[in-house]
Ligand binder design. Structure first.
Ligand code: SAM
Ligand code: DTB
Ligand code: SF4
Length: 336
C-alpha cells in the first residue's frame, strides 16, 4: 500500500535533525539510483519577456519593470545551434522555455519542428510554454516532446500571494493534459518566496499526490530580481533548501530531483549537501532563461571534487583543445 504524504507528515520530515533527514533521504536515494550519477539538462529561452502573467518572482512578466525586453519565438535553426552546443558540453536533455501564458495554436507547428530537430540531435526534449490545451499537448507529444515542465510553484494556500492571473487548478489541468498526451511530467516549485515551512510541505504534498508522480522535480531557490515584487524577499536559510530537497527525495523516490534556479548562489558546500540529500539532476549551462547560472567549468570542477558523473544518456563532454597540441612526426622506416 502506498503511503499518503500529507502536509503534516512532510512538515515532520522537514523538522527532523539534519543528519537524520539526510540519512533517510540517502537510503531512499540509494534504493532507486546510483548516488554518484547526475542528469544534466540545459535550458534555452526560445521566447523571452513580455509575458501576460503576473508571477511575482518572474523577471519576464510584463507586469514588472526588470529591463528584460520582449522578443519573438526563436527560429528553428538558432534553437538547433544552441541544442548542438548543449549536447557538445555534455547535456542529455534540452529544455526550452517560453514566456507565455499559453502558446497560440499558430505557434504549434513551429514548436513541433523545433522538437523534431532537437530530438534528431539525440537529445531528450523538454518544453515549458505555460498552459496547454489537450489538443496542443497531443500535437507536441506527437512531435516527440519527452517532458513538459509546468510548476505548481508553492502550496495552494500561499499561491494567491504570488500569482493573480491564473489559478492552482489551471496548473493542475495543464498537468492533466500533459499526462493525457503521454508525456513525462516535470513539475516542481520555488523556495525562498517568504512562504512558511508549512507551505513548503504543502507544495511537496501536492507534487507527491500527482498520480503518477512527476518523473522530474525542479526545486528552484528564488533568484531575487530587481524590479519584481519579490526583489526584497527575506533570505532563505540554505539548510532549509537542503531539507526541501531531502523531503522531495523521500516522498518522490523515483523522481529526478533537480537543483534548479539559484544554484550558483547556494555555493559548492550547500550543493554538495543537496547531492547527499538525493538531488540527482541540475540545470547545466551558463544561463538559466534570462539570469545567470553556475558556470559549466565550475560544475565540471565540482563534479570532479565530489566524484559525481553525468548520466549515461549524456554524450561525453567535448574536451577543450589542448593549449599546445603535441606534434608527432612519423619517421620513414630506415632502408636497409
Ligand atoms: N511561462 C511558463 C510557465 O510559467 O509555466 C514557462 C517559463 S517559467 C519562467 C518556468 C518556471 O521558472 C516558473 O514556474 C518558476 O518556477 C521558475 N522561475 C521563474 N522565475 C524564477 C526566479 N526568479 N527564481 C526561481 N525560479 C523562477
Ligand atoms: C524551472 O523549474 N526552472 C527553470 C525551468 N523550470 C524553466 C527556470 C528558472 C528561471 C530562473 C529565472 C530566469 O532566468 O528567468
Ligand atoms: Fe510568464 Fe512563466 Fe514568468 Fe509566469 S513564470 S510571468 S507565466 S514566463
Amino acid at each position: 500500500m502506498t503511503q499518503t504524504w500529507t502536509p503534516e507528515r512532510i512538515e515532520d520530515l522537514l523538522a527532523l535533525p539534519l543528519p537524520e533527514l539526510l540519512w533517510q533521504a540517502q537510503q531512499v536515494h540509494r534504493a532507486h539510483f546510483d548516488p554518484t550519477e547526475v542528469q544534466l539538462s540545459s535550458l534555452l529561452s526560445i521566447k523571452t519577456g513580455g509575458c501576460a502573467e503576473d508571477c511575482g518572482y518572474c523577471p519576464q512578466s510584463a507586469h514588472h519593470d526588470t529591463g528584460v525586453e520582449a522578443g519573438r519565438l526563436m527560429d528553428v535553426e538558432l534553437v538547433l545551434a544552441n541544442a548542438c552546443a548543449a549536447k557538445d558540453a555534455g547535456a542529455s536533455r534540452f529544455c526550452m522555455g517560453a514566456a507565455w501564458r499559453e502558446p497560440k495554436d499558430r505557434d504549434i507547428e513551429k514548436l513541433a519542428a523545433i522538437i523534431e530537430g532537437v530530438k534528431a540531435l539525440g537529445l531528450q526534449t523538454c518544453m515549458t510554454l505555460g498552459m496547454l490545451s489537450r489538443e496542443q499537448a497531443h500535437r507536441l507529444a506527437d512531435a516527440g516532446l519527452d517532458y513538459y515542465n509546468h510548476n505548481l510553484d508553492t502550496s495552494p494556500e500561499f499561491y494567491g500571494e504570488i500569482i493573480g492571473t491564473r489559478t492552482y487548478q489551471d496548473r493542475l489541468d495543464t498537468l492533466d493534459a500533459v499526462r493525457d498526451a503521454g508525456m513525462h511530467v516535470c513539475c516542481g516549485g520555488i523556495v525562498g518566496m517568504g512562504e512558511s515551512r508549512r507551505d513548503r510541505a504543502g507544495l511537496l504534498a501536492q507534487l507527491a499526490a500527482l498520480d503518477p508522480q512527476p518523473e522530474s522535480v525542479p526545486i528552484n531557490a528564488l533568484v531575487r530580481v530587481a524590479g519584481t515584487p519579490l526583489q526584497d524577499a527575506p533570505e532563505l536559510d540554505p539548510f532549509e533548501f537542503v531539507r526541501v530537497v531531502a523531503a522531495a527525495r523521500i516522498c518522490m523516490p523515483r523522481a529526478r530531483v533537480r537543483l534548479s534556479a539559484g544554484r550558483r548562489e547556494l555555493g559548492d558546500g550547500i550543493q554538495a549537501l543537496c547531492f547527499v540529500a538525493g538531488a540527482n539532476s541540475i540545470f547545466y549551462g551558463d544561463t538559466l532563461l534570462v539570469t545567470g547560472n553556475a558556470e559549466v567549468d565550475a560544475d565540471r570542477a565540482l563534479f570532479a571534487r565530489l566524484g559525481l558523473h553525468a548520466d549515461a544518456d549524456a554524450a561525453p563532454a567535448a574536451q577543450p583543445a589542448p593549449k599546445s597540441a603535441p606534434v608527432f612526426t612519423l619517421q620513414p622506416a630506415a632502408e636497409h
